[in-house]
Write a protein that binds this ligand. Structure first.
Ligand SMILES: CC(C)(COP(=O)(O)OP(=O)(O)OC[C@H]1O[C@@H](n2cnc3c(N)ncnc32)[C@H](O)[C@@H]1OP(=O)(O)O)[C@@H](O)C(=O)NCCC(=O)NCCS
Length: 204
């Protein structure tokens, strides 16, 4: 079962299938009957526990918003669902990389030696995470972005599409690195940073 029925849910449904799961359906706040790349929307989010009692054991998070994804991941685990890490067969993953529960790794992603992707994280299409990086809970590394070695990304931070982070830089919790930015210095928690070099321009 996939939680969510929007654009991000589409890629999660297809990822789950490519990992060998049959997707029985999606749950969403809007339960209007429809299909998400062939998976039916079968009810609202609060139907999760009845699916569990009907024998559905696995859940995946099709929600892009980091804070909401973390909250729902924790709730699903408390109900008793298992949230496996989903790693595309078309990702390149070092044998020493660690991908924690509920995290997803999309096609074209590269995870290098001894990096760690925290619970409920997203390493999106063609993003790369190099050696010794540490990603917290519910981080999103957007498509085509690149983390050099030993980068630290705090919980729920968002690394925007096509951005880059220099070696050893820390991105604070709940920070956003804007699309196309290049972070060469640490980015404080709860800030939005854009440009090259990236500068914090707002507090969230
Ligand atoms: C940084 C970001 C979060 C800002 O969003 P926002 O707060 O809605 O900002 P706005 O669109 O109102 O833009 C505010 C100003 O910042 C500028 N700006 C916004 N994003 C920028 C970026 N990535 N780089 C440089 N400047 C940017 C805008 O041009 C605008 O400048 P102006 O005031 O001179 O006109 C957003 O633009 C962004 O880059 N998001 C990343 C999205 C992404 O990668 N998603 C992945 C989904 S898979």
């Amino acid at each position: 079962m996939v939680i969510g029925a929007g654009g991000h849910a589409k890629i999660v449904v297809e990822l789950a299938r490519s990992c060998g799961f049959e997707v029985v359906g999606c749950l969403d706040a809007d339960d209007t009957p429809r299909f998400v790349v062939g998976a039916p929307v079968i009810g609202r989010d609060d139907m999760a526990s009845s699916l569990l009692s009907n024998g559905v054991r696995f859940a995946a998070l099709g929600i892009g918003n980091n804070r909401v994804r973390e909250r729902i991941g924790v709730e699903l685990e408390a109900l008793g669902f298992s949230l496996p890490a989903l790693i595309s067969p078309n990702a390149v993953v070092s044998p020493s990389a660690e991908v924690e529960r509920g995290a997803i790794v999309m096609p074209g992603a590269v995870l290098n030696a001894e990096c760690r992707i925290g619970p409920f994280g997203i390493v999106n299409t063609s993003a790369s995470v190099d050696h010794d990086c540490r990603l917290g809970i519910a981080v999103h590394i957007a498509p085509g972005s690149r983390l050099a070695g030993s980068v630290i990304v705090g919980d729920r931070a968002m690394i925007g599409v096509g951005s880059a982070v220099a070696p050893g830089v820390s991105i604070g919790a709940d920070a956003v690195l804007g699309a196309g930015a290049t972070a060469i210095h640490d980015i404080p928690s709860n800030t939005v940073a854009v440009g090259t070099p990236a500068r914090a321009r707002a507090t969230r």
